[in-house]
Design a protein around this ligand. Structure first.
Ligand SMILES: [Cu+2]
Length: 217
């Protein structure tokens, strides 16, 4: 069961957490409904016209405290493990600065080169350092299931593993004013060699336009 097309391993981890939550919720929902129906029929007023006073039950109270606690901790653990994967910056990650503003993004690479479209090499972890030039935005790449708020005067990290060549949408998911809906751009995952020659050239032209092969379009 795949929720949406995904482009990297973090997306798989996020989807696994989602799947775990949904399956656990369905099981809990069915248990609650079945028990409720059994009680409705078993304790119908025609059979039990007088209510019974039950002063309390320590074993029952322990059971219904321990089981939900274990379930909630299990959900937290599964989510936490996936979250750490997204948060930990691996050695050798390529830093890219992300500037969000009303209503566009721009990206700055280590050598100072700036673009409006994000270009990254295939197979190398990317360490995004994200900030905002004005109000709060939220940098989101749906195919990667990853999102990070862009806050004025602060830098936030987000790690991505671009595994698959391709063109992916980047959007803003924090309502940030009139043209919020138009605040979007593309992330293009290039073969390593194409990226290297583009980043080391003085040209800011689309690297795909100068590439010998039409890879995506
Ligand atoms: Cu925005």
């Amino acid at each position: 069961m795949r929720l949406l097309p995904y482009a990297l391993n973090h997306a798989r981890a996020v989807d696994d957490v989602m799947r775990f939550m949904v399956i656990a919720d369905i099981i809990l929902f069915l248990i609650v409904i079945v028990v409720m129906l059994v009680f409705v029929f078993k304790y119908n007023h025609t059979k039990h016209s007088r209510a019974t006073s039950i002063p309390g039950s320590v074993p029952l109270e322990i059971i219904w405290t321990v089981i939900p606690t274990v379930l909630v901790l299990a959900m937290f653990y599964v989510g936490w493990v996936a979250y750490l994967q997204i948060r930990d910056v691996p050695k050798g990650a390529m830093p890219v600065r992300v500037f969000a503003r009303q209503w566009s993004y721009s990206f700055e690479y280590t050598n100072g080169k700036r673009t409006d479209t994000l270009y990254v090499p295939e197979g190398k972890p990317i360490d995004f350092l994200i900030t905002s030039m004005d109000v709060i935005h939220s940098f989101y790449i749906p195919a990667f299931r990853e999102k990070q708020d862009a806050l004025p005067d602060r830098w936030r990290h987000m790690v991505l593993y671009p595994e698959k060549l391709g063109v992916y949408d980047i959007v803003c998911t924090q309502y940030c004013g009139l043209d919020h809906a138009l605040m979007k751009t593309k992330m293009i995952i290039l073969p390593d060699s194409t990226f290297d020659s583009w980043i080391n050239s003085s040209s800011t032209a689309d690297p795909l336009a100068v590439s010998t092969k039409a890879i995506y379009y």
